[in-house]
Design a protein around this ligand. Sequence first.
Ligand SMILES: [Zn+2]
Length: 69
Amino acid sequence: MSFTCPACGFTGLEKIPWYQKALPSGLVVWRTSHEICAVCGIEFGRDDWAGGNLEKRSEVHQRWGKRFK
Ligand SMILES: [Zn+2]
């Protein structure tokens, strides 16, 4: 099983970069793999944290990935 890098499109990630997890309290939080992409070098949860803002995170991915396309 492999996953796609949201920044550069590399399809060989070992873990899913981001996923949502429901806590016992019912709160849904984001979890991240902290994997570093072998192609573009982005570290999920660090380079693309973006203050936890989902829209900003996808902007970070777009900006980051442009350098590798
Ligand atoms: Zn990548």
